[in-house]
Design a protein around this ligand. Structure first.
Ligand SMILES: C[S@@+](CC[C@H](N)C(=O)[O-])C[C@H]1O[C@@H](n2cnc3c(N)ncnc32)[C@H](O)[C@@H]1O
Length: 295
């Protein structure tokens, strides 16, 4: 499924000296065309409006400082023929519509206070690291990650969620972060450049086995190897006691957001396609939380 995507090493970032800070132009240089994997030029990582271009003539717009690097099926087609693309567009619309209510959920606020320290421990995020957050949403956890590392690329396919996430960061924090509208199953960033790749509460919303596998493959592709110090961490809805008593295994949340709950064995097997799983906990009950190194 990755044949359309020609992995490109990013010399700039992979040759980065220890503790060398990346600025927003450096982060913009990591962006790639979602359809071909080719480099994109034309944006300095800061300007509110710009056009990103590939050498072969594809163009992508930056609007309000957020590049739209969605694949063609999600970027242009109003009513995609492909049922997976329709599921994703349905979630994009629902997430855009629900930005106001997501952060107000009382249960989520409480959960966040347990989840963030546990997640930071699994990520082992260090001040020199550059991190990719896959599915940052409204930035519920993003400020904690930004403060713990040197630079970040935050990806989500909901533009309104990205707009809200940006408002959660101070001007100083924003200097080392770019937000990108993109699909994790066709991740438009360079290969082997991130010290840390994290995706929390997202995987369970990716609608098919193939597109979930695509997201894991792409997150592995952009993560540095174990030898280079890379690490991946993710969480996903857990299927098991007590959820199995009162929840559905698979279905749709309000507004048309697909979800599936996974057993530990299922999530481990999905991750093990590309990662050696080194740590796994079910202590968050509602979610599995895991970390591993790229194989
Ligand atoms: C439940 S929210 C979690 C957001 C954030 N990680 C958090 O923990 O608060 C799931 C997020 O994943 C995003 N998402 C789901 N599928 C995605 C995909 N294929 N590509 C990019 N983002 C996706 C949604 O837009 C949404 O913002």
């Amino acid at each position: 499924m990755l044949t359309y995507f020609i992995p490109k090493r990013c010399k700039d970032a992979s040759n980065r000296k220890e503790n060398e800070l990346l600025n927003r132009q450096d982060l913009a240089n990591l962006l790639r065309c979602p359809e071909t994997g080719n480099p994109l030029t034309g944006w300095n990582g800061t300007d509110a409006e710009a056009t990103l271009r590939t050498a072969c003539g594809r163009t992508y717009q930056v609007v309000d400082g957020i590049p739209n690097l969605l694949p063609d099926a999600l970027r242009t087609a109003e009513a995609p023929e492909d049922s997976t693309a329709r599921e994703k567009r349905s979630e994009m619309a629902a997430r855009d519509a629900q930005v106001g209510s997501y952060d107000q959920m009382m249960g989520l606020k409480l959960f966040t206070s347990f989840e963030v320290p546990k997640t930071l421990a699994f990520l082992d995020l260090q001040p020199a690291h550059i991190m990719l957050e896959g599915g940052c949403g409204t930035g519920r956890m993003t400020p904690a990650f930004v403060d713990a590392c040197s630079a970040m690329v935050c990806v989500d396919f909901s533009r309104e969620s990205l707009r809200v996430a940006k408002t959660k960061l101070s001007p100083k924090q924003l200097e080392k972060v770019i937000f990108v509208q993109a699909d994790l199953s066709m991740l438009p960033v360079a290969s082997d450049v991130f010290d840390r790749v994290g995706s929390f509460g997202v995987y369970e919303h990716i609608p098919t086995v193939a597109t979930r596998a695509g997201a894991i493959a792409h997150m592995a592709r952009v993560c540095k190897s174990k030898a280079a110090g890379g690490r991946f961490s993710m969480s996903a809805y857990r299927w098991g006691f007590p959820q199995s008593l009162f929840s559905e295994r698979e279905g749709h949340h309000g507004g048309g957001i697909y979800f599936i709950r996974l057993t530990q064995a299922e999530l481990r097997a999905d991750m093990e396609a590309h990662f050696k799983v080194e740590g796994f906990t079910e202590s968050l009950l509602y979610y599995h939380l895991a970390w591993g190194h790229k194989k």
